[in-house]
Design a protein around this ligand. Structure first.
Ligand SMILES: O=C(O)CCC(=O)C(=O)O
Ligand SMILES: [Mn+2]
Length: 212
């Protein structure tokens, strides 16, 4: 693995590249994300229990993760507009290509955490080929990220993910259970209204050839 910039720290053997995105690159990405949110407005998926998730999501690229009472799956059109999702932003694509050059991602899931939002412990296992990583980018307020093993009951460890950090879940880390316990609201000045954005770049389909 090539570490393009910043210092890699190992947390539970998970590579986190602190400050992968410079302040200017974070602002550039945020500008693109605002445009994406205008075209593909963030929504709160409904869990299998019928409760809306506390995180609001949207996506760039071919696929967006989605959940309703029927279960969860990847979708190719925005649930409200019916339109395809916009292209993956340049800075996000750059982050993926720093770690994976065999093929581009076909999904950039965008999670927005406001005060009180969290994400329960889960695995990312709805993608076709686990030999491709999940590359995660954090923007805005810090998140207390929890990661365990490949069984739900395995012990977990927590660390903070901050604005500009990139984390790579690959190889033996790809199927570890993980989640976000809380956000430290008001720490970062990047998002005017506070909160955190998390982008996860993924390769969902076996056969996606383009990056959009
Ligand atoms: O927000 C994060 O850091 C994790 C997000 C996540 O696990 C997911 O979207 O599947
Ligand atoms: Mn996940």
């Amino acid at each position: 693995m090539t570490l393009v910039s910043g210092i890699a720290e190992m947390h539970h053997e998970i590579p986190v590249i602190r400050g992968f995105l410079s302040a200017a690159e974070q602002r550039e990405l945020l500008t693109d994300l605002r445009e994406i949110a205008r075209i593909a407005p963030p929504f709160s998926p409904i869990t299998g229990w019928g409760k809306p998730m506390s995180v609001r999501i949207t996506a760039a690229g071919r696929f967006c993760w989605f959940s309703d009472r029927k279960g969860y799956r990847y979708i190719e059109a925005h649930p409200q507009t019916g339109q395809p999702f916009p292209p993956i932003p340049t800075q996000a694509m750059r982050a993926w290509r720093a770690f994976e050059t065999r093929a581009d991602p076909d999904c950039c899931l965008i999670n927005h955490y406001r005060e009180g939002a969290r994400m329960g412990l889960h695995q990312d296992r709805d993608e076709a080929d686990f030999s491709f990583p999940v590359v995660s980018l954090s923007l805005g307020d810090p998140a207390l990220f929890r990661i365990g093993g490949i069984e739900r009951s395995d012990p977990t460890r927590s660390f903070w993910l901050e604005s500009g950090d990139v984390m790579v879940l690959s190889a033996e880390n790809r199927l570890r259970f993980h989640g976000v316990d809380r956000i430290k609201i008001g720490e970062s000045a990047l998002l005017k209204t506070g909160g955190r954005l998390n982008l996860t770049l993924r390769r969902v389909a076996e056969n996606s050839t383009s990056s959009i």
